[in-house]
Design a protein around this ligand. Structure first.
Ligand code: URA
Length: 429
């Protein structure tokens, strides 16, 4: 079938066959479809959405456009976790060594920062010497030796996604749920983990803030991943405020280490435990709170993180004394009035940190690892006028940025109850 015939069918809202979707992906991979043709497909898919069979075919085609590591053929019970992204979300840094310390192997190919959120790969690169790139052989060796491997998707994984994502970025089709599903899963499923838990964020700091849409995304991803042979479920978790007390690359690594020593913070520990239990459940393993707490208090999870960091190149001096410095200019964010903390514009907080240098404003830009926000309050808390809501660590004098951070906090007279931290669980129906 010619590209324009496939495009005309999708423009008319028809359900494409697996072969037709295969033609689109082949055209994206080998260059035989032009950017204009791919853009037309993406726009038609965004407007009409895709049927589950089309989403599955698109995901599979994109997955097959690059390397598939099939690690489950050599490592049984291999687990993975993915987050749709949030502000202060350092769950992967804690979950991977924690679950591995409990005896289940974990592989994660993580992403770079996107928009207002930081990426796990970027955060871990705050550790001196640490290298995030590895190939299949190195990944397999780490899994055999340590039971944990955390890297980045190489250029050989899902190359079709790279081309399609760049066109989506220019055509206003990034937010399409089936396109997000295929994009994420084409990279995630490439390792061949046997189980995957998805942390789908909702609330002001999430990519999909609306809970109804977030639930639809979770269902689409769970359906497509299970159809492609990876046992997958999702938890909807709250991102209406930063997760934990710190946002910023170096600061989040340090907070993850605190959590691995069993020193909280409570919300980070709760989300990490819920996702750890869920991914173990997919493997038929009962990993309860007590076992997870024991892995923290015994030092096993912390030790696993440090063994992993050393294996991926971290400097021995850092492993022995894991310190990282924050940017030197410190500012307090002061509450302008008394009341109750009703809302936080978490997305804006993330973008302000990017503006301060603590994230990438454009692809390839350098990140200032020391820029950070300390978030000292929680939604629903009573606030006194003049109270410190948080602190900023910047590389430069304040120049009015602090006030813009304060404007992200909404304080009202009436008591408010915060949304639950861990919401619905979405399983294959
Ligand atoms: N992350 C991805 O990799 N792709 C998307 O489409 C959205 C988030």
């Amino acid at each position: 079938m010619l590209p324009f015939e496939i495009l005309a069918r999708k423009r008319a809202g028809k359900c494409l066959t697996a072969e037709e979707i295969g033609e689109v992906v082949a055209g994206a991979t080998d260059g035989s479809w032009s950017d204009a043709q791919l853009a037309a497909f993406l726009m038609a898919a965004a407007i009409h959405e895709l049927e589950p069979s089309e989403t599955r075919a698109l995901t599979e085609g994109m997955l097959d456009s690059g390397e598939r590591w099939k690690l489950d053929e050599e490592i049984p019970h291999l687990c993975d976790k993915h987050s749709t992204g949030g502000v202060g979300d350092k769950v992967s840094l804690v979950l991977a060594p924690l679950v591995a310390a409990c005896g289940l192997p974990v592989v994660m190919l993580t992403g770079r920062g996107l928009g207002h959120t930081g990426g796990t790969a970027d955060k871990l690169e705050a550790i001196p010497g640490l290298v995030m790139d590895f190939d299949r052989a190195q990944c397999l060796e780490m899994l055999r030796r340590l039971g944990v491997a955390i890297g980045v998707a190489t250029a050989d994984i899902a190359p079709a996604d790279k081309r399609l994502y760049a066109i989506r970025d220019q055509t206003g089709t990034v937010e399409s749920l089936p396109l997000i599903t295929a994009s994420i899963l084409s990279k995630k499923l490439a390792t061949g983990a046997s189980s995957l838990v998805l942390d789908v964020k909702t609330g002001s700091g999430a990519f999909i803030p609306d809970i109804v849409q977030a639930e639809r995304l979770a269902k689409m991803m769970v359906t497509a991943a299970n159809a492609l042979g990876c046992r997958t479920s999702a938890l909807l978790t709250d991102m209406s405020q930063p997760l934990g007390r710190w946002v910023g690359h170096s600061a989040e690594v340090l907070e993850a280490l605190e959590c691995l020593r069993g020193e909280g913070p409570e919300d980070l520990e709760a989300v990490t435990f819920a996702l750890s239990t869920e991914v173990a459940r997919l493997e038929g393993v009962d990993l309860d709170q007590e076992a997870l707490k024991a892995a923290l208090s015994s030092g096993d999870a912390y030790e696993k993180f440090m063994q992993w960091a050393l294996a991926q190149g971290a400097n021995r001096e850092w492993v022995d004394r894991p310190e990282l410095t924050l940017a030197p200019e410190e500012f307090s964010l002061v509450a302008p009035r008394s009341g109750f903390l009703a809302a936080v514009d978490t997305r804006r907080l993330g973008f302000l940190l990017v503006e301060a240098g603590g994230g990438r404003a454009k692809p390839g830009a350098e990140i200032d690892m020391g820029v950070a926000l300390r978030y000292d309050v929680r939604l629903g808390e009573a606030i006194d006028a003049g109270q410190v809501l948080g602190r900023l660590f910047l590389r430069r004098a304040d120049d009015g940025l602090g006030q813009r951070f304060v404007d992200c906090f909404e304080i009202v007279d009436q008591e408010v109850s915060p949304p639950p931290l861990v919401g619905q669980r979405i399983v294959e129906s």
